[in-house]
Design a protein around this ligand. Structure first.
Ligand code: SF4
Ligand code: SF4
Length: 366
């Protein structure tokens, strides 16, 4: 994914490519306008929007880093509660025509009218879904939605939570096999929390033995026993992840390659993040609002701006979106000043989350 733009540029005729590259690097390309040029329109990366459709979740993973840990019915005003399916689908028209809609949560299958919504969305766009794959409506989804338009289902295997449910593992495997048989591209993802290394091999063997074909490891990013991960994985653990044959992004994250400060990033032009109510930001790290999709107030950046953050909190977005060399300091400073209010807001949000977590996980007296 790191070379997405280069791959796309590679398909262009040389003169067009040379001119386009030069303008792109100088920040002169109006990415909204590229559709006017047929060749660029067909070769430029599609627009991707990552939509946290709900913050509700039926699991309580100890490592959950959702901003407001869900663990129950969501409090926010969902777009799905407020707007009908037709309105939601129509709004995406301006945004992701020929693009990809990545649906995540919380747990997306808990969102209201989720199946009719996905049915309608896949008539026009490609979607991908990130789910804990535990709800009762999974098979109804598989029966109703055309697998050809579902780019990938990421089925996260939160094994400790799964084992709290009666027959949790068996039900999980049955559902994955059901989706596989229906022709969905589905990948089981095992999050490598440091406490799970002693069992990961056996669990993967168990899944493979029961017909699960595509299994990946996810690197844990966060703190455990006051140690920061993935930095604090032992050398053996790092070796295990590297040699598992995981995807390149996971290995890059494992090696700490998540600082994109000063590199141009497509977040804001081609890639966006949206919350349950339709509010759009450039990426998960940024708090700067680009408007609300369902109220028709969104805007795009007209060229790829440099990343002003020391740490990309969702490195998958950074790995997908950044390209080229670091920009000149003056341009970076400019961008940094523009984002100062967003920076302060994100710090306040982080403090709020830390307070919440302290309260929630405080040891009970006695
Ligand atoms: S399933 Fe995902 S959203 Fe739900 S608690 Fe676990 S990590 Fe958080
Ligand atoms: S934080 Fe990540 S996604 Fe956001 S602008 Fe920087 S590199 Fe891009």
């Amino acid at each position: 994914m790191r070379n997405t733009i280069s791959q796309y540029l590679g398909n262009m005729d040389k003169p067009v490519r040379a001119e386009f590259e030069q303008r792109l690097y100088q920040g002169q390309v109006d990415l909204q306008g590229v559709r006017r040029c047929d060749q660029i329109a067909t070769t430029f990366p599609p627009r991707i929007i990552t939509w946290s459709i709900t913050s509700a979740c039926n699991f309580k993973c100890r490592y959950c880093f959702a901003y407001y840990p869900p663990h129950g019915p969501a409090e926010e005003l969902h777009a799905c509660n407020r707007y009908n399916v037709n309105h939601i689908v129509k709004c995406f028209d301006h945004f992701v025509a020929n693009g990809l809609l990545e649906i995540t949560g919380g747990e997306p299958f808990l969102a209201r009218q989720f199946i009719p919504l996905c049915q309608a969305l896949t008539e026009r766009y490609h979607i991908s879904i990130r789910s804990n794959f535990s709800t009762d409506n999974l098979r109804a989804f598989a029966d109703a939605v055309d697998p050809a338009y579902v780019k990938m289902i990421h089925a996260s295997l939160h094994i400790e939570e799964r084992e709290k449910i009666r027959n949790g593992m068996t039900r999980f495997i049955d559902n994955v096999n059901y989706f596989q048989d229906k022709g969905f591209r589905i990948r089981v993802e095992f999050l490598l929390h440091p406490t799970l290394f002693n069992r990961v091999g056996l669990d993967i063997e168990h899944l493979r033995g029961h017909g699960v074909k595509n299994i990946g490891l996810k690197v844990f990013r966060g703190y455990y026993q006051a140690r920061a991960y993935p930095k604090s994985y032992s050398p053996q653990q790092k070796e295990y992840i590297t040699h598992y044959g995981n995807n390149v992004d996971e290995v890059t994250i494992l090696r700490g390659g998540t600082n994109f400060l000063g590199m141009r990033c497509l977040a804001g032009t081609r890639n966006f993040v949206m919350d349950a109510a339709g509010n759009i930001t450039r990426c998960r790290t940024s708090e700067m609002l680009y408007g609300n999709l369902f109220q028709g107030t969104f805007r795009f950046d007209h060229y790829a701006k440099p990343c002003p953050y020391l740490n990309c909190t969702c490195p998958y977005q950074g790995l997908r979106g950044t390209f080229g060399e670091k920009v000149e300091t003056s341009m970076l400073l400019n961008q940094f000043f523009v984002e100062i209010p967003s920076f302060i807001k994100s710090k306040m949000k982080t403090r709020k989350v830390i307070r919440y977590l302290r309260k929630r996980y405080a040891p009970t007296p006695g």
